[in-house]
Design a protein around this ligand. Structure first.
Ligand code: 3PG
Length: 349
């Protein structure tokens, strides 16, 4: 497809090289309907390769979230692949309109030589070539949370432990899928959409952090635009991301943009209901659930990290900051002496 219709290309390197090869790459790239090439100069060094890696990390999240929605629909629609295919088809006409949602309907409809659905004969062991793992490594090394991609990689790894999974199923067989029938197709749609927003928020955050660290000056609106065609994650969603960034042309956390804030608030009740219900039914939806957990962790005013700091100080004298002292002033307590054992000053770093 890429060779015939043009790929999305993410080149980076020195300015001298840019002058020579950018016009060539833009010519062979996919083009949007308005003629914009899906190729722009990403930045210096290996920034182009890095952006392509994070593209794939986001792709892992997209695929895992779609697979989780499929697993819920499969119960709700009682294994009727045609009904599920029709659901994906209708989703592909709305905010989830994308290549990956689009290919899911024909996959579900495909019949093997015996006339039976091929999807039921495909072993549930997912492969991977490493770009999801590289994204997570980069996220951890740069202090970014990329939990949806991480859960997607872990889910693929877990899927391959077939022998142990079979044994675990024999030991813990009880799962009553009945709670899933309390969900509507729209609930599942909204949970998928909200989780997708989180996956992209995290991926773009990783790009922003690496851009600042290496002074790449990545233009995230441009990157969202060149992902709109010629690549696996192409979607209407990326147009909305580019539009959300356009007013200021500055990076902002996606959740702070008016457009995506409104969408998250609309989806939130269904998102919570889907996670609660899947847990009650014993159906693993790690991407969707971790996206919601990340969102709740991100938006909460007071986390439980105060206890972690207290424990670190208790067992290792690792020091802590106080809410009634300037940030950057560190304290240690002799936890065996109560109350007035607190000391300060000597430990300021
Ligand atoms: C791709 O084909 O987009 C990437 O190579 C991802 O492949 P993987 O899922 O096998 O890592």
């Amino acid at each position: 497809e890429g060779a015939l219709h043009g790929p999305s290309i993410m080149p980076g390197g020195s300015d001298e090289i840019k002058k020579e090869i950018l016009p060539v790459l833009q010519n062979i790239a996919a083009h949007l309907d308005d003629g914009t090439p899906c190729c722009s100069w990403i930045g210096p060094d290996g920034s182009g390769h890095f952006v392509k890696t994070v593209h794939n990390g986001i792709e892992y999240g997209d695929m895992q979230l779609i697979a989780e929605a499929y697993s819920l629909l499969n119960v709700l629609q009682k294994g009727d692949h045609e009904a599920t295919a029709q659901t994906f088809e209708s989703w592909n006409k709305g905010v989830l309109d994308s290549y990956l949602i689009g290919i899911t309907a024909p996959i579900l409809r495909y019949k093997d030589t015996d006339g039976k659905s091929l999807i039921d004969k495909i072993a549930d062991r997912a492969g991977q070539k490493g770009t999801g793992k590289w994204s997570i490594e980069a996220a951890i090394n740069s202090g970014t949370t990329l939990s949806v991609t991480a859960e997607s990689v872990f889910a693929r790894l877990l899927s391959n432990r077939t022998t142990e999974r079979n044994k675990a199923h024999r030991l813990y067989p009880e799962t009553d899928p009945a709670p899933i029938f309390e969900l509507s197709v729209d609930d599942i749609h909204h949970a998928l959409y909200a989780s997708k927003i989180i996956a992209y928020t995290q991926g773009l955050d990783l790009l922003r952090n690496m851009s600042e660290k290496h002074n790449w000056q990545l233009n995230l609106a441009d990157i969202a635009t060149i992902w709109r065609k010629g690549c696996i994650i192409q979607s209407r969603f990326l147009y909305e991301i580019a539009q959300a960034y356009k007013p200021t042309n500055e990076y902002e956390n996606l959740l702070f943009t008016p457009y995506f804030r409104e969408k998250i608030i609309l989806c939130l009740p269904s998102w919570r209901k889907v996670v609660q219900t899947a847990i009650a039914a014993g159906i693993a939806i790690p991407g969707t659930a971790s996206a919601l957990a990340w969102f709740d962790g991100f938006r909460c005013k007071k986390s439980s990290a105060n206890l972690i700091q207290a424990q670190r100080d208790y067992f290792g004298a690792h020091l802590y900051e106080r809410i009634d002292a300037p940030a950057g002033t560190f304290f240690h307590t002799d936890w065996n002496r109560h109350g007035d054992g607190t000391t300060s000053g000597n430990y300021s770093l």
